[in-house]
Write a protein that binds this ligand. Structure first.
Ligand code: ZN
Length: 112
């Protein structure tokens, strides 16, 4: 699966649990990894739908930070990525609803 952020093409690659692509530098395994060199988000292929959503949103936060040059301490970026994975969709949905109420049919013009 391919997607584009800031005019760069990325892919999502699902791998088995324990795949080396899911291994951190400290040797532990995780559920998702964002590799800026390969422009690839590696995801464990053994996740529930809810966890796919959470992990994918978390990793996409890393992709956006990398693509838009947000250089912040990794501990902070992890907190932001977790927050976005939990509440990002709700924030955007509420914002879309409010913008539509404010602008009605002019929403597209405002967002363009
Ligand atoms: Zn992370």
């Amino acid at each position: 699966m391919f997607f584009t952020v800031n005019n760069n093409t990325w892919q999502v690659c699902f791998v088995n649990p324990g795949d080396p692509q899911l291994q951190r530098s400290d040797g532990t395994y995780t559920l998702g990894v964002t590799d800026n060199n390969l422009k690839t988000v590696f995801m464990c292929n053994d996740l529930s739908s809810q966890m796919i959503d959470k992990v994918l949103c978390h990793e996409l936060t890393h992709v956006h930070a990398m693509e838009y040059g947000y250089s912040i301490p990794i501990e902070t970026e992890e907190i932001v990525a977790d927050f976005i994975s939990l509440f990002g969709r709700s924030i955007v949905t509420v914002a879309d609803e409010l913008i539509y109420q404010l602008l009605g049919n002019n929403t597209i013009r405002y967002c363009a």
